[in-house]
Design a protein around this ligand. Sequence first.
Ligand SMILES: Nc1ncnc2c1ncn2[C@@H]1O[C@H](COP(=O)(O)OP(=O)(O)OP(=O)(O)O)[C@@H](O)[C@H]1O
Length: 722
Amino acid sequence: MSQRPARRTRSGARHLALFLAHWAGGHTVSNEELLRRIIKQRADAHQEALEEHRRLVLKAHKKATKLHRIAEEDGGLTPAAKAELKAATNEAERHTAALRALGEFTVPALDPGQVRHRRRRIAAARCAVLAAPAAGITAATVAGAWWTGPTAAVLGVLTSWARGPQAFDLTVRPVPADLIAETPMVLAVPGAAPAPVVAPVVAAAAGLPPVPPMPTTAPGTAGFAPGTAVEGGQDLVPALSKALGACRVIPRGTQVTLLAAPEVTAERWTAVVRLPDDTGATVDHVVAARKNLGGELGLDRARLHVEQVAGADDKTLRVSGFTTDPFARPRLCTVEMLGGVDVWEQGIPVAFDAFGRLLYLRLRDVSILLGGSSRSGKGAVLRLIIAGCLLDSRVRLHLADGKHPGQYRWSLLADSYIYDPDKRAKQLAKRLEALVAEMGERAGRLAAVGVESLAERPDLVGTEGLTLEVVVVDEVSAFTLDAKYGKRITKALIELAARGLAFGIVLILATQLSTAGVLDRLVTSNVVWRWCMYATGADESNTILGKGMAGRGYSAHLLDPEQRGSGLLLAEGRVSTVRSLWLDGDDMTAVQDMIRALRAEPTTPAPPPAPAQAPVPAPSPAPTGEAVAEADWSVLDGWLEQAAPPVPGPARVPAGALQRLRALEVIRQAGPDGIKRAALADAVGAAATTVGGWLKEWTVQGVIEALGSPPHTRYAATDGSQ
Ligand SMILES: Nc1ncnc2c1ncn2[C@@H]1O[C@H](COP(=O)(O)OP(=O)(O)OP(=O)(O)O)[C@@H](O)[C@H]1O
């Protein structure tokens, strides 16, 4: 008789424990409901994107219509208004194209890993809820309420006894009908055939096209041999699995799961796969093994691209093999791409990825640390960012040039330009401290309208007291390592990096990698984008991307040093390989014209820098050949600045000087491709021998390299041979 209550209590406790475990494991929520939630979220995001693009198309149309009307009424437009009209038209086209690309929302075939991931998140939250009473009892006992533990135990025993031998129904809650109605097409109607839930795609699965054969490339061949199967007809899954097994990423004999039908074009093949469970393999392991994996697949590292699929788990990746290195050819940033740029919402186009997609830098949520060894392409990225910022009238640009004349071409367009080696550290310290002080005022202004950050009120961006303050520091070590002002600068940078973005104060910092301790960790850890161009070693790369990144397979020393502008970008927790766009030549000139038109009266005119060695008469004869070992930058910059607008005033320019100016402009436009002596002579209408003399002179002075053309050898060789 005395055994009975004890048995009843034990049985009740078991049933209660089972019920709690079932609930805490998230097993009450069905797979269908999780799937529905994920798809609903995506459908909402899709709808939001559509609405946003529609809004922007309408806005651009409205602006274009207004400008057309003004043109009709006034019989024409000012250059600035013309630029605005062009920008608005481009903008409307861009968003119309985006709308077309977005199209109708289609229910995606989801990776089962995502559903599992959701369930784990629910389970984690429920476990936390369950742990709370236990923690409360422990805390109360420690605090002196000794009776809480025994009371809880007695309550537990009583509840268990009350439950007795009645088992709980461990059921899965069905998806409520009103939720199914809210998400049409996602779930099957009750009673109908079961919903097509997240079946991984396997070769020859019902209703799906068969997986195309794995394209092969013989080493050294230019392209795929479509239709040729790897090792006698194996398809994609076994070929990838075998290669991953050979690289010890997954155990031999296990297979990856194909999650979507692969895309195969003449340029590339792409497959979305999931690594097998219970193997410990993640995307990072594949990235680290990329070199060997490339070899196993008949590719090289530059032509094999691996990336984690956004929103998916750590085992899901997109693998692509390219016929040629997708970054081999530089891509120009045209004036159209920068026309009407909105730095806050849409961002500045700065780079492209392996699939040719453009990467936009939105100042709304980004500050940048840009690193790389010498001549790796940092300046080219800064050039794009500066141009984009100056094309948005809401921006006030503060440019600190630690390696004058790196960005001198913008000196007269920026709101402030700090460059003088003797004074620059002091000037930057003051400028940054003023911005730190301004954060307080901006916080007050935002608080007055009931928000904490400008991102909540985009309409306030650029209004009185809330202009976008963009601080670009090229070669930050020249400032932070300054003996006298370095500490003050670092302190201000720490504060701005931590809080500035919320108030519209954005930091863009560039540095070479050689010097340790250039930036305090409190600055680097608060910078949102870290972008590393080619670096000489893994440690140098880690100084930008963060400790341990090289160990995970992300190191910029693996990039091709000759491929200037290629780099690794760490943004939103993911690393992508990108190559910056290249802005130069006519596009650069047109962009500068647009900026001049837009900022006809800069609020704070930049002081023209005093030449380091010689005064800058405009235009002056070129320095003589035998003289200088170093380039006379100020002379060069003087020419370039004045080459675009006609020189005002009565000064007469000698014909030879004009030809030299023209020659410099042609070299600059030729950019990395360079131009031969004979072609240059033709272009400027001067004798080839005369042009040869100029080229030698400019080569010695370093002027040609400064203009972005290849090293002087090309000119020297051409001269010698002709
Ligand atoms: N995206 C790009 N596409 C093509 N060429 C590029 C690109 N970026 C840079 N280059 C080439 O590389 C050269 C060096 O670039 P840049 O001056 O930006 O390097 P840097 O890292 O700023 O150099 P340094 O630190 O020595 O000043 C440029 O003159 C240009 O010829």
